[in-house]
Design a protein around this ligand. Structure first.
Ligand code: SF4
Length: 384
């Protein structure tokens, strides 16, 4: 592989970035200086996608070279019954609706056992906030996954679920996290933040926790020794500068606690939601800018993930050249974004993940949930 591809540096690349009016930001990036709010807003306003992408790709390759991560994982959305009514959500149902479902710990165990023939290392579990199920229910679903596959890493619960458990448990914060650890929780996926801005919270998810409570709960998770990811649901009513506000709030919390692993920009799919007639499906241009800007702003996050379920496989592949260094995993079965109309498939084979990564010029690395290498596929014929 041509090393020029790796760094995309030199006078021509600099000229392109400078022509987009980003010379000062390029200088900051090259010096390893942190970008500020105004820099972020300018990047969001810049439509010279190649220039923004080049900058992000420099940061990505300086950190990771051509290494691109994926994992072999399984999603289990253990209930869609939810007491909240977020306007962007097509997944939630109320008790008694025909599409409402609730899995027990035994159901989760069965679901995980169904895939024992596959080398899955992680189960990702998030769900609605059931109005009446007690604290033990949450421990049961974690235990169910561990019974089904004792060596699996359980990555479960948005900050909304964690806050709910803390509220209903009747126990101290330390006791709840000790219970979750004992049950088998390994880490948290970090969803539920949506956009960490009060205006957006009031407008589209006012009954659910807002920015301050999400950040406070994420702080508790990390201070109690769990690693987690962070997300942002973009492409609905949020303004460009609000996306930057969100990123800076996460960056500040990472400075404080340091246990965020990856940031995952989530492209909004509007179908069957209360925002269906409000706007558009996100565009390829916005998706790639969001990946690139996230890479540039989040200088203290190791990993930026292009989640192919929401981006679609082709955009996720392209995002690898715009700052992303992770493409998520095989997923196996996904409900939340499919209820909202994503055109992505529900499962991706390892061969297809390798093809996407290699075809874009990168090296597939099969990883654990916490980003340890399981296997590096340097050889273009291995595992493909
Ligand atoms: S986004 Fe989560 S909390 Fe909001 S309605 Fe959907 S399942 Fe419930």
């Amino acid at each position: 592989m041509n090393s020029g591809y790796l760094h995309l540096s030199g006078p021509l690349a600099d000229e392109l970035i400078d022509a987009a009016g980003l010379r000062d930001i390029r200088n900051k990036v090259d010096r390893g200086e942190r970008l500020d709010f105004a820099d972020g807003v300018r990047l969001t306003e810049c439509r010279a996608l190649a220039a923004v992408g080049l900058l992000a790709h420099r940061v990505r390759t300086a950190r990771h070279g051509r290494r691109t991560y994926y994992n072999i994982n399984q999603h289990v959305n253990y209930t869609n019954i939810c007491k909240y009514s977020c306007k962007f959500c097509a997944f939630a149902a109320k008790e008694g609706e025909p599409r409402a479902y609730l899995m027990t710990g035994e159901d989760v165990e069965r679901k995980v056992r169904e895939k024992l023939d596959q080398p899955i290392t992680e189960v990702h579990m998030v769900a609605g906030i059931h109005p009446t199920m007690g604290y033990d229910y949450y421990l049961d679903v974690v235990r169910g996954a561990k019974r089904g596959r004792p060596d699996i890493h359980v990555k479960a619960f948005t900050m909304v679920e964690i806050e709910h458990m803390l509220a209903i448990s009747g126990k101290s914060e330390a006791e709840v996290f000790a219970d979750l650890r004992e049950a088998g929780l390994g880490s948290c996926p970090g969803g539920g933040a949506e956009v960490l801005v009060d205006r957006v919270h009031r407008a589209v998810f006012r009954d659910k926790m807002g920015p301050d409570r999400w950040l406070a709960t994420a702080r508790k998770v990390q201070q109690n020794g769990f690693k987690m990811n962070a997300t942002m649901l973009y492409g609905h009513i949020e303004r460009p500068e609000e996306r930057i506000e969100h990123l800076i709030k996460l960056r500040d919390l990472q400075d404080e606690c340091g246990n965020f692993m990856a940031f995952i920009p989530l492209a909004f799919w509007p179908y069957h939601t209360d925002l269906e007639n409000y706007g558009h499906v996100t565009t390829g241009h916005l998706d790639l800018r969001m990946i690139a800007i996230s890479r540039l702003m989040l200088d203290n996050f190791d990993h930026i993930k292009a989640y192919w379920i929401m981006l679609t496989p082709s955009s996720a592949q392209t995002a690898l050249a715009f700052g992303a260094n992770d493409i998520d995993g095989t997923v196996t079965e996904e409900k939340i974004t499919h209820d909202a109309g994503t055109t992505a498939p529900e499962v991706m084979s390892v061969a297809d993940l390798h093809h996407l990564i290699r075809e874009a010029g990168f090296v597939p690395i099969r990883r654990t949930t916490t980003y340890q290498d399981i296997e590096v596929f340097e050889d273009a014929t291995a595992g493909a």
